[in-house]
Ligand binder design. Structure first.
Ligand SMILES: [Zn+2]
Length: 391
């Protein structure tokens, strides 16, 4: 029995769940009651629990999840982020922050919202076609699993003794094949439902075989299934129209990537334009994440990629040098001059090393940097070391 104050007067309510406030047993019973909560989230989101407070979060900081947030706080976070990225990357103070974010694969603290994920699926068995539509948030993988589930339901309903399910959904088949008890975090709820139906088929002595066929390779049934799947987006049965936590948990990441890509595309028109010619898309992780070249060389290469380095061209832009002419006096001191033409440097090993890994000539520094090839990066690094160039 709970007593609540409503509009000034006490009212009684019967509570069917709950623990008495202040009781010695309450915290223990609460812990037992909420024990499975974390396990049921299957590691897609993190939980923070203190007494009866619960917070769900994902570890992508600096995302749209911060919004709506007070703008002063966001501004402070942006400043901290840009300082941290400059220190980590060893970049010059003049380096544009949007380029450093992409280079280090760290999202900005503000972004727009807009995203769509579509899912649809279908069955094609003899002349029976079942079309159904899944929710917009459904992943391709869940859609594929549903395809298998619907086929198995059909086999059971129609009492088919011998069936072969043809599918191009390799990952769904692999999930079905995987040993389900080793790591239950990987068990998709639809795959568990498929296993359940397969078990029922087994009890009824129905033989079900699965065969993988390559998708998009012109196989008649598969091509037809693909075109029907497109139609199912509009005409499909809306049952069951539900979401799975594994699909929803993936959405923030794809939403973040989409909105960040939009921000990067528009901001790089004005800031970080040179870098955008080298790094067009946002990488899933920084190219230097498995640091194999050492910090100093990595920082030098980052400065070269961002285009903000201690070269006459850039130093003249910052008014540190009176002009952008190289010390050799022959030409503008840009990267291409320093690496390919400057008479002050020895480049015999540099050119022959590039030729030995079949780099087509003529080439340029931005071309060499835009294909993230550690062999090329190592050759650039050894040229810088050999000639003691400070960038
Ligand atoms: Zn020169």
């Amino acid at each position: 029995m709970l007593k609540v104050i409503s509009e000034g007067s006490y009212q009684s309510r019967i509570a069917w769940k709950g623990l008495p406030q202040g009781s010695v047993l309450s915290p223990l019973l609460y812990n037992i009651y909420s024990h499975d909560l974390e396990a049921s989230l299957k590691g897609k989101v993190n939980t923070l629990q203190y007494a009866d407070d619960l917070l769900l979060y994902i570890s992508d900081y600096g995302t749209f999840i911060l919004e709506p947030c007070n703008t002063v706080a966001l501004h402070k976070l942006n400043i901290i982020q840009s300082k941290a990225l400059r220190i980590i990357a060893g970049a010059m103070r003049s380096s544009p922050i949007n380029a450093l974010q992409v280079e280090c694969s760290e999202a900005p603290c503000t972004s727009d919202d807009n995203f769509f994920v579509t899912g649809s699926c279908l069955e094609h068995s003899k002349s029976i076609i079942i079309l159904f539509t899944l929710s917009y948030e459904t992943s391709v993988f869940t859609g594929e699993c549903f395809g298998l589930l619907k086929s198995l339901e059909y086999i059971l309903i129609m009492k088919l003794k011998n069936s072969i399910i043809l599918t191009d959904a390799k990952s769904a088949l692999q999930a079905l094949e995987r040993f389900p008890f080793s790591n239950n975090r990987n068990n998709h709820p639809v795959i568990i439902a498929c296993r359940d139906l397969l078990h029922q088929c087994c009890i009824k002595n129905y033989t079900v075989s699965f065969a993988w066929i390559p998708g998009h390779s012109g196989i008649f049934g598969n091509t037809k299934a693909d075109s029907l799947a497109k139609a199912a987006v509009n005409d499909g049965d809306l049952v069951p129209y539900k979401n799975f936590c594994c699909d929803l948990a993936l959405l923030p990441k794809s939403q973040l990537l989409n909105s960040w890509t939009n921000i990067w595309r528009s901001s790089s028109q004005t800031k970080g334009r040179y870098y955008s010619t080298i790094q067009e898309d946002i990488p899933s992780k920084p190219w230097f994440s498995n640091l194999t070249l050492g910090k100093a060389i990595t920082s030098t290469l980052i400065r070269m990629r961002v285009g903000h380095a201690c070269i006459p061209l850039h130093l003249a832009r910052l008014n540190i040098l009176p002009n952008d002419i190289c010390e050799c006096g022959n030409d503008v001191g840009d990267f291409n001059h320093i690496f390919f033409a400057c008479t002050r440097h020895d480049r015999s090993a540099f050119i022959s090393s590039l030729l030995s890994i079949k780099i087509p000539f003529p080439t340029s520094i931005s071309v060499l940097l835009s294909n993230i090839n550690m062999d090329v990066y190592r050759i650039l690094a050894s040229f810088i070391f050999h000639n003691n160039i400070k960038l």
